[in-house]
Write a protein that binds this ligand. Structure first.
Ligand code: ADP
Length: 656
């Protein structure tokens, strides 16, 4: 294929601008990124070669080589890893494949906050960081097992050229023509220092030709002190290559942990928490895992290119993102696990049923949850920071990880009627604040804190000062269904079934029943309730006098086991058919409207107005909980009628 000049996809161009101008204050890290990519490419080939030895026959020794050419002003990083085909270069270097990227970048541009800048690090921007120091980058690459190679050149200004070329051996060579003021990256000491600082643990030798002045020796090997010194060039390995997870914890500095995190996660901020441990005994493995500081923007989308847990077997990299090592709800954890109890030719397909993997998973999950528990007890403010980022995902665990339910239920938190917006309470704290005699944990689900706090269902709880948990995350209701109780106390949705708040104050009078089992209010409004029931027959299951309303006229209550309206709305939002459930309309006997309707009803049962009012009260109940009204034109007409008749009366009064 011939040479062609192409433009970067516009999102790449934008990202590039951000990377060059604002992402990293420390320009040294471009080298870390390129060495990480080279190391990844070597990992991938090493793994492919397990089943296809031919791929590495020509050159079986792994190496990442740095070459300094001060005369040309060029720094070259080359590897003998997997390389790329022309198509792969186009795909990996010219575009950003992750879905949602465009929209996300738009968001970033709107809010120029520090936070948004931190988020850019989530993209694979490593390669582009070379443009922080170079005014031209040339990439020459040959895929292992292929004959031809590809050359890609760009000045980082919006376009690149790509053409077929020749290359002696497999792998990738990236040459940076350094900007004038960045020429110090051609000095040996500087490169040596950066490699030591950022890439010491890389498993493959990072080598460089270093020159040394040497005193020549005579034929017996004695130095010839008065002879002119000669320059000797020799290749030196700059990194120690010690796998950090294999080293004893007490020898590892925080910076080393952090740099390794950045190497494997391709995140550019420090991790929030490091968990490093080894299991010994029947099952032996080593794990170094991290909780990131920030949730990625697409934590709730499925993704193929997530950097999760890398699996190593007997010092050989087997795979990135080994999903079977952690359950979905811990998908934010990144790191490395190495085991000697697995065979090298393990494939993704057989991982799932593998007993060793399952045991490692169990132990890993236990360790992570224990770490979180300790954090929550000892450093609640720190835990809160974590929870704000990843709490929602953790709640999925309550639903999916039955074995760890007990542990997870103490890690999850909710907003409540007693917390400030954005603050949380745990179930334990809720229970510790409960009133004497309270046997249930109350909650209300809704789309947002605002929607929940304005719900009529909360009225009686507010007036009796009983705390209600707010379930405003879509996942909450699933979690609660699986939880069903905490500390022996059932979780109860306050918009379902009957409500008994006697423990919170005396309303014995209201509840006292006569010989027919009816309260005073039920007797007073009995006939009217029957009438309303007939009228709203196809919309509600029942109509009854409420004990949960203090201000509003009406609300809708689901059956104890019925689907909650919030759940129904979620189904509707996902365009999924949910079984249509009818609910019970509850009316507030103390509301003046009830008195008025009762008078009208007693006066004339056939008064057309009564039907209108029945419809209005029902619509009000829907509106109060945020459910769309079925018949908006009817509601519109009824409100207009009300204004007209009320207005006409006022005007008549004015004329008097
Ligand atoms: P990231 O490494 O975070 O995915 P980069 O922009 O650094 O993002 O690289 C994009 C992609 O280009 C990589 O995912 C990889 O597929 C490919 N790539 C980069 N460098 C190399 C290399 N040295 N050898 C082979 N492929 C590479």
């Amino acid at each position: 294929m011939s040479k062609s000049k192409k433009k970067f996809k516009s999102e790449v161009k934008e990202l590039l601008d951000m990377v060059i101008h604002s992402l990293y204050s420390n320009h040294d890290i471009f080298l870390r990124e390129l060495i990480s990519n080279a190391s990844d490419a070597t990992d991938r080939l090493r793994f492919e070669a397990l089943t296809n030895k031919d791929l590495i026959e020509e050159n079986p020794d792994w190496k990442i080589k740095l070459t300094l050419d001060p005369d040309a002003g060029v720094l070259t990083i080359s590897d003998n890893g997997i390389g790329m085909t022309r198509d792969e270069v186009e795909k990996n270097i010219g575009t950003i494949a992750r879905s949602g990227t465009r929209a996300f970048l738009e968001e970033l541009k709107k809010g120029e906050s520090k936070d948004s800048l931190e988020l850019i690090g989530q993209f694979g921007v490593g390669f582009y960081s070379s443009f922080m120091v170079a005014d031209e980058v040339t990439l020459v690459t040959r895929r292992a097992g292929e004959a031809g190679a590809t050359r890609w050149i760009s000045q980082g200004n919006g376009s690149y050229t790509i053409e077929d070329c020749e290359k002696d051996s497999r792998g990738t060579e990236i040459s940076l023509h350094l900007q004038e003021e960045k020429k110090d990256y051609l000095e040996e000491w500087k490169i040596r220092k950066i490699v030591k600082q950022f890439s010491d643990f890389v498993e493959y030798p990072v080598a460089m030709d270093v020159s040394r002045e040497e005193t020549p020796k005579d034929k017996d090997g004695n130095p010839q002190e008065d002879a002119e010194k000669v320059t000797v060039i020799e290749e030196q390995v700059l990194n120690s290559m010690k796998a950090i997870w294999m080293r004893p914890k007490n020898e590892i500095k925080k910076d080393e942990y952090n740099e390794f995190y950045k190497h494997i996660s391709h995140d550019y901020t420090d991790p929030f928490k490091v968990i490093h441990f080894s299991a010994e005994g029947a099952l032996e493995f080593k794990a170094l895992v991290y909780i990131p500081g920030k949730a990625p923007f697409d934590l709730f989308h499925t993704r193929d290119d997530r950097k999760g847990i890398q699996l190593y077997v007997k010092r050989v990299f087997i795979m990135d993102d080994c999903k079977d090592l952690l359950p979905e709800y811990l998908r934010f954890v990144k790191g490395v696990v190495e085991s000697n109890d697995l065979s090298l030719n393990i494939s993704r397909e057989i991982l799932q049923e593998n007993a060793v993997i399952n045991k490692i998973q169990k132990s890993l999950v236990g360790k992570i949850l224990k770490t979180l528990k300790e954090l929550k007890t000892k450093k609640p403010d720190e835990y809160l920071k974590f929870y704000r980022e990843f709490g929602r995902v953790l709640k999925e665990g309550v639903h999916f990880d039955f074995a760890n339910k007990e542990k997870l239920q103490d890690l999850i938190m909710f907003e409540s009627s007693k917390t400030e917006p954005g603050e949380f309470t745990s179930l334990r704290d809720y229970v510790s604040r409960q009133k004497d005699g309270q046997k249930e944990i109350y909650y209300l689900a809704g789309d947002s804190r605002d929607a929940v706090t304005s719900s009529p269902h909360l009225e009686i709880f507010k007036s009796k000062d009983v705390e209600v948990l707010y379930m405003t995350d879509p996942v909450d209701e699933w979690a609660v269904q699986s939880l069903s109780e905490y500390d022996g106390k059932p979780l109860k949705a306050i918009d379902r079934g009957d409500m008994d708040l006697d423990f919170a104050g005396d309303n014995a009078d209201e509840k006292k029943k006569d010989e027919k089992g009816k309260t005073k209010d039920e007797k007073k409004f009995g006939k009217l309730i029957e009438f309303l029931k007939e009228n709203l027959n196809d919309q509600v299951k029942d109509v009854r006098i409420s004990t949960r309303l203090t201000d509003s006229i009406s609300c809708l209550v689901a059956d104890e086991f019925g689907m909650s309206p919030h759940m129904e709305r979620m189904f509707a939002a996902m365009n999924q058919d949910a079984p249509k459930t009818t609910r019970i309309l509850e009316l507030n006997p103390k509301h003046p409207i009830m008195g008025i309707i009762l008078r009208l009803y007693k006066n004339n049962k056939d008064d057309k107005k009564l039907q209108d009012y029945a419809a209005l009260i029902y619509d009000q109940a829907l509106l109060a909980e945020g459910t769309p009204v079925n018949d908006t034109s009817r509601l519109n007409r009824l409100i207009s009628d009300l204004i007209v008749s009320e207005g006409t009366r006022i005007i008549a009064d004015l004329k008097k």
